[in-house]
Design a protein around this ligand. Structure first.
Ligand code: 5GP
Length: 209
């Protein structure tokens, strides 16, 4: 590795249908420096989703117990369900030097940025609203009512995209994945993340002069 120290914490958000799940899977498959956090949720599993792989599926009561026990780094209610990031995994992986990715929605992203200002925030979007609608519809896993809710939610979320550090347009999975990778790897070289290297240089210089 050409950088030093701890992994970068990155939040990736995007409208439902932005393709972020696919981009994240590709990123993890292509590079071994990433660890993807698995969230807890009170939403019911979709067909094909596996416990402990897609999410840790909880009842609302179980989720509320996790909130009480302070086991979550952040949590939010999104379209009627709880979603949250279990704390332990994130910090242990970052300490191992892995770049941890949280694929979470906006309210959670803002909570994380407030608590940990060094966090990198990336927002993914399809090239147009029509494309977003077509992708949601094409997925065929949601009712028209849920799709309508998610489109309304997107129209609210677009107001806050400017609070993210980067906007990446997902017009092509390969290009989008490469762009996300470049952004995260560049973040390793910000002076904030190179604090350990700066300290090392300081000590070395003092020994020489
Ligand atoms: P879905 O139901 O489509 O899997 O996820 C709905 C939204 O919840 C997505 O925007 C997803 O990124 C977000 N989400 C998933 N896990 C978490 C989490 O742990 N915390 C927060 N705040 N949002 C999450």
């Amino acid at each position: 590795m050409s950088h030093t120290g701890r992994g970068i914490l990155t939040v990736v958000s995007g409208f439902a249908g932005s393709g972020k799940g696919t981009v994240m899977k590709k990123l993890i498959a292509e590079h071994d420096n990433y660890a993807l956090s698995i969230s807890a949720t009170s939403r019911a599993p979709r067909p094909g989703e596996e416990e402990g792989v897609s999410y840790f599926f909880k009842t609302r009561e179980q989720f509320e117990e996790m909130i009480k026990a302070d086991a979550l780094l952040e949590y939010a209610e999104y379209v009627g369900n709880y979603y949250g990031t279990p704390k332990d995994f994130v910090f242990s992986k970052m300490d191992e030097g892995r770049d941890v990715i949280l694929e979470i929605e906006l309210q959670g992203a803002m909570q994380i940025k407030k608590k940990y200002p060094d966090t990198l925030l990336i927002f993914l979007t399809p090239p147009s609203a029509q494309e977003l609608y077509d992708r949601l519809k094409g997925r065929g896993t949601e009712t028209d009512e849920v799709i309508a809710k998610r489109m309304k939610r997107a129209s609210e979320e677009v107001q806050s995209v400017k609070d993210y550090d980067y906007l990446v347009i997902n017009d092509n999975i390969d290009d989008c994945t490469a762009r996300v990778h470049d952004i995260i790897q560049s973040a390793h070289h910000t002076t904030g993340h190179e604090a350990a290297m700066i300290e090392k240089l300081k000590t070395e210089l003092e020994a020489i002069i």
